[in-house]
Design a protein around this ligand. Structure first.
Ligand code: FSX
Length: 367
């Protein structure tokens, strides 16, 4: 781990050490304001709050996972996201990135817990094995279950990064041989934010941490504990193929004329109507594309049980009429309800009507 990752002090001091200019901080703050649906005028205040904020001590635990979550963050197309996030936090323990190994690594975790008692944030990627006492996933002679309970005890809050730690994910798929569970099934006395996605979007991980550091409180969460600024809309509502859905134009195979014209992938199994995430707006690889734009339906990877929810290539329950009106099954109706208004317009409206959007009143973690 680079030294600067785990140094204490303010975000402003960390940026200066890295030679990052105030202009870059302002640029990032303005980007953050857009991501969080805050008024553009708030970027100055965000920059000021960030520069003076203490770097958040973070202990990052990796359990049953594929390392896709940390890869998503560190291989992010936009280096500014990665650089900025590591300046916002003091990353005191992270098995994939840290140089320390063995006893020294475990000591670093215990020392960070002691030094920042009640103030550190635990980031977890991966699900937790619970069968037979959790023996199916261990590190340094301890089960993930033990390490999670031990580390969470004096934490301020927990950030479950990825669908595995948020909802169990692929390790929890049938027949779930390790008794995999999400963090929220084990830790019930701490605030938990679920940043789901398999993997989650780097901008969403970074934006959520930046929100915590800037405002000193949790963002508003949806009914599954996900930050609403990123998970408030479903993929279908924001999809550029949506006009074809409304016109009843559906690709029947991945290489037919409709597919080549960019028609809707609903009949090829796209789960966009029941999936909440920011892929259709922020997109991946520096706003380059996302699965639906690349010609494949959404798999629904940010939703609970996505792996066991039936074939990725079977259409959602319901039927389409010739006029393009959907008569959806019960599971899909709720997700599609309220579709229509443009994403940017909705964000602006939310920003204008939400007094808590002002970054000038940081509060304690109170949710
Ligand atoms: Fe899970 Fe993440 Fe999917 Fe992989 O750490 S959310 S399998 S991208 O790696 O936990």
């Amino acid at each position: 781990m680079a030294d600067w990752m785990s140094q204490q002090g303010t975000v402003g001091e960390a940026l200066t050490r890295q030679g990052i200019s105030r202009r870059s901080l302002l640029k990032y703050s303005s980007y953050l304001a857009t991501l969080l649906a805050l008024p553009p005028t708030s970027s100055q205040a965000i920059a000021q709050a960030l520069a003076g904020a203490k770097r958040q001590s973070v202990i990052w635990l990796s359990f049953q996972e594929c390392t896709g979550c940390i890869e998503s963050l560190t291989r992010s197309f936009s280096p500014s996201v990665e650089e900025m996030i590591f300046n916002l936090i003091s990353l005191d323990y992270q098995e994939t990135l840290q140089a320390a190994a063995g006893e020294a690594a475990e000591r670093a975790r215990l020392e960070a817990m002691e030094a920042n008692k009640g103030k550190y944030v635990v980031v977890v990627d991966g699900s937790v094995s619970t069968r037979d006492g959790g023996i199916y996933s261990t590190a340094a002679g301890k089960t993930n279950l033990e390490v999670l309970k031990e580390t969470a005890k004096d934490a301020l809050a927990i950030l479950s990064v990825g669908t595995c730690s948020s909802f169990g994910g692929i390790p929890r798929a049938h027949p779930n041989p390790t008794g995999a569970e999400p963090v929220s099934a084990i830790i019930t006395d701490k605030p938990i934010i679920n940043v789901s996605g398999c993997p989650p979007m780097p901008e969403v991980i970074a934006g959520t941490i930046a929100y915590l550091v800037t405002f000193g409180k949790l963002p508003e969460l949806d009914h599954l504990g996900r930050p609403k600024p990123f998970f408030g809309d479903n993929i279908h509502d924001r999809c550029y193929r949506r006009p074809f859905y409304d016109q009843g134009k559906f690709a029947k195979s991945f290489d037919d004329a409709g597919a080549r014209e960019g028609w809707c992938l609903y009949e090829l199994g796209c789960k966009g109507p029941v999936t909440y995430n920011a892929c259709a707006t922020i997109k991946w690889n520096g706003n380059t594309s996302f699965p639906i734009q690349s010609g494949h339906g959404c798999l629904g990877c940010s939703e609970p049980n996505f792996w066991d929810a039936g074939s990725f290539y079977k259409p959602l329950p319901g039927r389409m009429t010739g006029a393009g009106e959907a008569v959806l099954g019960a599971a899909a109706v709720g997700a599609v309800a309220g579709a229509g208004s443009a994403f940017i317009a909705r964000r602006r409206k939310a920003a204008a009507s939400d007094p808590s959007a002002s970054p000038s009143v940081p509060e304690g973690a109170d949710q």
